[in-house]
Design a protein around this ligand. Structure first.
Ligand code: F6R
Length: 241
């Protein structure tokens, strides 16, 4: 694991962006593994700015997202599909047919997990962007999720429901389940960039880097991958020895 501690959120975003820019410049048909949440918003803004100012094209780029809430359709403002359209896909020249997320409204959830796992066999990310939950989750792989897990339906923990409720009008509105890539899917990516910002992530970042490799902190499994870059701001990195 390569660990980069940056001054603040903006510098974290710029550092992550420099890796992504290098990949899409070298490989215009790269597969990007993408995350939602507050952490990568700055990165996506830099990708959009770079597209607008420098003409960096996403025409050949494909993407797969980590997760989606069960029950939310792409036109629901709280869905991850909506988030990705809003922050990135609608603002660059990517072909939307090449962007993929689990389908939140799939009637047969097991079949949807199978479909996504099959898709991930053909679209292996050249780089996977990750945030980390304050409980050490990656994707929606909550503590207790094993290393060999693949796309599955997750019952979100109270901790995650509480963390994510800031984006909903009421905590009761936060879906209780999500589709998520498993740890095995995430570890199949060629390169992984984990981003974290803010003091509430400091314990999870320390556990990921210095704690035991165990399902108690799903992010700790990333230590078994040979090309992981951790980019955190000072507050999130403050407990790293
Ligand atoms: C989002 C995802 C989650 C988030 C994590 C951090 O697609 O998979 O694991 O990365 O919950 O969320 P934020 O960035 O909002 O702190």
């Amino acid at each position: 694991m390569k660990i980069l501690i940056t001054e603040n959120y903006d510098k974290m975003s710029e550092t992550a962006f420099s890796f992504v820019k290098e990949i899409i410049t070298e490989k215009p048909d790269a597969v990007l593994g993408l995350a939602t949440g507050s952490t990568p918003i700055g990165l996506y803004a830099l990708m959009v700015r770079d597209h607008e100012q420098n003409g960096t094209s996403y025409k050949g780029i494909k993407s797969v997202n980590l997760d989606e809430y069960v029950g939310l359709s792409a036109d629901n403002e709280q869905s991850y599909a909506y988030f990705m359209n809003y922050h990135l896909f609608d603002k660059v020249d990517i072909d939307k047919n090449n962007t993929h997320l689990p389908c939140g409204t799939a009637e047969d959830k097991k079949a949807e997990c199978r479909r996504y796992n099959e898709l991930l066999k053909t679209l292996v990310p050249d780089v996977q962007i990750l945030g980390i939950g304050s409980n050490g989750h990656i994707g929606f792989n909550e503590p207790g999720t094993e290393k060999d897990s693949v796309t599955h339906v997750v019952n979100l923990t109270e901790n995650t429901i509480k963390d994510n409720s800031r984006l909903f009008d009421r905590i009761e509105d936060v879906p209780r389940q999500a589709f998520s890539m498993g740890i095995k899917n995430i570890l199949a990516s060629k390169k992984i960039i984990v981003m974290a910002s803010g003091e509430n992530k400091a314990k999870a970042v320390r556990a990921m880097i210095e704690g035991p490799v165990s399902s108690a902190c799903p992010a700790s499994f990333l230590r078994e991958h040979n090309d992981v870059v951790v980019v955190v701001d000072k507050a999130a990195g403050k407990l790293i020895k």
